[in-house]
Design a protein around this ligand. Sequence first.
Ligand code: DGL
Length: 274
Amino acid sequence: MSGPILIFDSGVGGLSVVAAIRTRLPEVALCYACDNAMLPYGTKPDEWLVQRILDVCQAAVAVSHASALVVACNTASTLALEALRNHLEIPVIGTVPAIKPAVAASRSGHLALLATSATVHRPYTRRLIDDFAGDCRVMRLAADPLVEQAERQLAGEPLDPDVISACLAPLWEETALDTVVLGCTHFPLLIPALAAAAPRPITWVDSGDAIARRVVQVVAPLPCSTRPGGGNPGVEAHGASWATAPGGTLAPVLSRYGFAAPGRLMVATTAFES
Ligand code: DGL
């Protein structure tokens, strides 16, 4: 089987990961899928979310003929990676908060994890912190409104500085805190605005480059059409995109990242109870 690498997120956050992958693999064939009809994921119930992520990723893999799937979403990865690996026949690369590199970057040992409510409270995240930051003080801060801010920014709408300040305010109570893990792929898109709202210099750490390095390892043994320089005219999904709600400003946003206008990803919608 040959085909592009499929990048998946609830919305446009995965584009921060696309940028990181392109830096390391500029010629690799990529395509993009998002479940923006159900954005945000970070406030949805787990049981519903697992099935939804499975349904959307299975549909996206089928339509794209992808060789590998990058789940460019911490909220999805910290919950559904195992289920995805059990149900898909292609390699699945996940995104988890960059706790380990943040520990290496911090001088004070006082860090924070900024993520969606779902990611902040997951057992997976707690284990990650226990395993890699046992000697550090780690604040876990949910910042769900930043997801919408990132979506707005990419759509060319103004950011709301009050929303950003309110999300970050608890961080500044820790005077020794010097490093913040961006545990949601939407958040790296906001780094200039986050830095502008910070009262002192902060090291912002995201997972983009770690994912890109993992993609390099996974791509190496795949058929040549996926690899840089291995162009195959039969692989039509290269540069294609799909969304569960393809209208609005999504097409110009995806176009700026080199993707064609999104096709509609057909996934049955099941109601959830919050
Ligand atoms: N970009 C996603 C993440 O990395 C989730 C945003 C959301 O839909 O809540 O967690």
